[in-house]
Design a protein around this ligand. Structure first.
Ligand code: PEP
Length: 258
């Protein structure tokens, strides 16, 4: 059942896809198709598309996110983009510690923590990704991995400073594979994450923390996932590249959760 204190968030992760023209077209279609969504809707786009998509979503209900950032405010960091630059380009949200960043680009929990600090200082809404690999799940390491990633990524803040943080549970084995966690698997992990959040920053923080599920979410499976009490939305990769599918996900049936 949807929590009265946690507004659902459906965020698309466009990854490294689309030309500028295609980005504009998709952003327009998402704005139109998600008008009646009960959820907060965001699209996290490649850096190069931020300004053009920002122009499309400005004044609409759709929010704009980056997919990564660097923690320094400026300087000689070739190829990197700062939190301030994301805000300047129109972003309100940012994904941090996506498993593709962790696996392919070496983002550690310490890097996630520094990026989170920079995002919060810039008043961006951070979507911090955590999740276990298939090997880790099969060797019963899931909870240990989630505990380590949560504690490492979120450490060192005052409770008041982390109130906007969103955490996305993204089992690596479910990302882009077409294999989705079962609703029971997702709920078990989310409940565990909420308990970790309580340990870190207290029950009030945990109760308000929005926990997204990510990993092969589709128009077909979203309702059953969202029927779980500790799922507060979704981070959507592949299905966010088609406006009708993404819109259907954003209109997940809240009634099904009652
Ligand atoms: C993602 O990239 O965060 C993701 C969940 O991808 P997909 O929905 O394609 O599995």
């Amino acid at each position: 059942m949807t929590s009265p204190i946690r507004r659902p968030l459906i965020a698309g992760n466009w990854k490294m896809h689309l030309t500028l023209a295609q980005s504009v077209d998709l952003a327009k279609a998402v704005c139109d198709a998600t008008k009646d969504s009960p959820a907060e809707v965001a699209v996290c786009v490649p850096f190069t598309a931020l300004t053009v998509v920002s122009a499309v979503v400005k004044g609409t209900h759709v929010r704009l996110g980056g997919q990564n950032l660097y923690w320094e405010p400026q300087g000689a960091f070739t190829g990197e983009v700062s939190a301030g630059q994301l805000v300047d380009a129109g972003a309100t949200h940012v994904i941090i510690g996506h498993s593709e960043r962790r696996r392919l680009f070496g983002d550690t929990d310490e890097a996630v923590n520094r990026k989170l600090k920079a995002a919060l200082a810039a008043k961006l809404i951070p979507i911090v990704c955590v999740g276990e690999t298939l090997d880790e799940r099969q060797s019963n390491q899931t909870f240990r991995v989630l505990e380590t990633q949560m504690a490492g990524g979120l450490k060192g803040f005052a409770p008041a400073d982390v109130s906007s943080v969103v955490v996305a549970y993204e089992p690596v084995w479910a990302i882009g594979t077409g294999v989705t966690a079962t609703p029971a698997q997702a709920q078990e992990a989310h409940l565990f994450l909420r308990k970790q959040a309580a340990k870190l920053y207290g029950e009030g923080f945990a109760a308000g923390l929005r926990l997204l599920y990510g990993g092969s979410v589709t128009a077909e499976n979203v309702d059953n996932l969202m029927a779980q009490p500790d799922l507060d939305g979704a981070l959507v990769g592949g299905a966010s590249l088609k406006a009708p599918a993404f819109a259907r996900i954003a209109r997940f049936q809240v009634e099904a959760k009652a």
